[in-house]
Write a protein that binds this ligand. Structure first.
Ligand SMILES: *Cc1c(COP(=O)(O)O)cnc(C)c1O
Length: 428
């Protein structure tokens, strides 16, 4: 493709071509296999790939004649670099995943991302179709709800109560009515009985169920397998908020089982699972038609940045490394639980008996104070919740304890767990 002939002695020229070809081969392997590599590739190679693709977009054609109102006329290099030179973004106004005529390179980049994403999910055990979305989890849930309204004519959202504002706002954002199904208290656990969800379904004319898989204790995961069965029996669409589910097999197994029944879309966060900056989502399902409807529901074009960020993470991580990170997460959660139990014993507190593979909660006096002190010690993440805080506890009655939630999510360092335990031991 490029002429480097006759600058050098033949043997040197040949040597140079070997190196160059080896590097091009790494890029070509990705483009040929279209799966997550077992071993991640380097940042230089990822940059090289993105650069090659972005050179295919029409705004990079040095002889282009531009007379449209939108010609990716970007002022500075700072701005160009912020989107990896995919200045035309992704999608067409009518369909998010359709190729964009002005941006062949960005269109390939998006397709490649989705295919690699699917291969990643498949390796985790989820045989699904997937799209990366240029919006975070809450808005991606909104997009899926909007598609459900269009395709299934739903007019209400059944929401087993979980105290996260994003899904609640997503529902009001697209203008659907929400029917909350209240949580109940069972020992330390707060959960929503499946029978109550079933009753709520029977009271609505055309509902969609929005269930929650990942949450903080004391709220346990919704029983998504049973909900999926009920939705299958009653022919009701079902969307699962699985914000940070991809990092732990406890959640993945539940998703796998649910996918045998009625699941129209599962939504996960790109930043919580894949180490991207905040701004992207992942939507996956076996229901290909519905995935298409979701793509059709997105209004307009989108920034290529969140999509490229997902691609970069998948290529850089590689599957093996991701599995290792999952193992470390699991190990750190064990260290966290052991440490919290020790502290609880010493201080006359207790660790809440709630099943959760990522987060743990310990009872404390003055939880808001404790969280504040930890924040001032430059510890981010712990969440202090007062028993009377109906939103925090996810329980509409009074919860029996004040408590503090601490997380061992993917990417957490063992030393950070140990240090937070040490500080907690001093503070409470
Ligand atoms: C993180 C999270 C969300 C919302 O995420 P955004 O990406 O900020 O929209 C929604 N629900 C749950 C359970 C979450 O953990």
């Amino acid at each position: 493709m490029i002429n480097i002939n006759n600058f050098l002695p033949k043997n040197m020229e040949k040597r140079g071509k070997i190196s160059l070809n080896e590097n091009i081969k790494i890029i070509n392997n990705i483009l040929e296999q279209r799966t997550i590599p077992e071993e991640g590739i380097s940042e230089e190679h990822i940059q090289f790939l993105l650069r090659i693709l972005s050179f295919m977009d029409t705004d990079k054609d040095p002889n282009v004649i531009q007379i449209g109102e939108r010609e990716a006329r970007v002022l500075t290099r700072i701005q160009k670099e912020s989107v990896f030179n995919f200045c035309h973004g992704v999608g067409r106004s009518g369909n998010l995943i359709d190729p964009q005529p002005k941006a062949p390179g960005a269109s390939i980049m998006y397709k490649l991302t989705n295919q690699i994403l699917e291969s990643f999910l498949k390796k985790l055990g989820l045989k699904v179709k997937a799209i990366a979305t240029p919006i975070a989890t809450g808005m991606s849930i909104g997009l899926a709800l909007s598609a459900a309204r269009k395709r299934y004519k739903v007019d209400s959202v059944i929401y087993p109560y979980a105290a996260h504002k994003s899904p609640i706002k997503a529902t009001s954002f697209i203008g659907l009515r929400m029917r909350l199904v209240e949580t109940v208290l069972d020992g330390d656990k707060v959960y929503v009985p499946v029978e109550d969800i079933e009753k709520a379904i029977d009271k609505e004319k055309n509902p969609v169920v929005l269930s929650t898989l990942t949450f903080f204790p004391p709220r346990e995961s919704d029983n998504i397998v049973e909900i999926s069965k009920i939705c299958e029996e009653k022919d009701i669409p079902h969307i699962i908020n699985a914000a940070y589910a991809l990092q732990n097999f406890y959640y993945i197994e539940k998703l796998k089982k649910s996918l045998k029944y009625r699941v129209d879309a599962i939504i996960s966060s790109s930043d919580k699972n894949l180490f991207t900056p905040i701004g992207g989502g992942i939507i996956y399902t076996k229901n290909e038609e519905f995935l298409k409807e979701i793509s059709l529901s997105y209004p307009g074009r989108a920034s290529a940045n969140p999509i490229a960020n997902i691609l970069i993470s998948l290529l850089y991580l590689g599957f093996k490394n991701y599995i290792n990170l999952m193992k470390t997460q699991k190990k750190c959660k064990k260290i966290l639980d052991d440490g919290l139990n020790e502290i609880a014993k010493k201080k006359g507190e207790k660790v809440l008996n709630v099943e959760n593979p990522i987060s743990s909660a310990i009872t404390v006096k003055n939880p808001i104070d404790v969280a504040g002190k930890l924040y001032n010690l430059r510890i981010t993440g712990p969440r202090g919740v007062n028993r009377k805080d109906k939103f925090g506890t996810c329980y509409l009655g009074e919860y029996p304890y004040d408590y503090l939630v601490v997380n061992a999510a993917i990417g957490v360092k063992e030393e950070d767990i140990l240090r937070v335990l040490e500080k907690l031991n001093e503070i409470i």
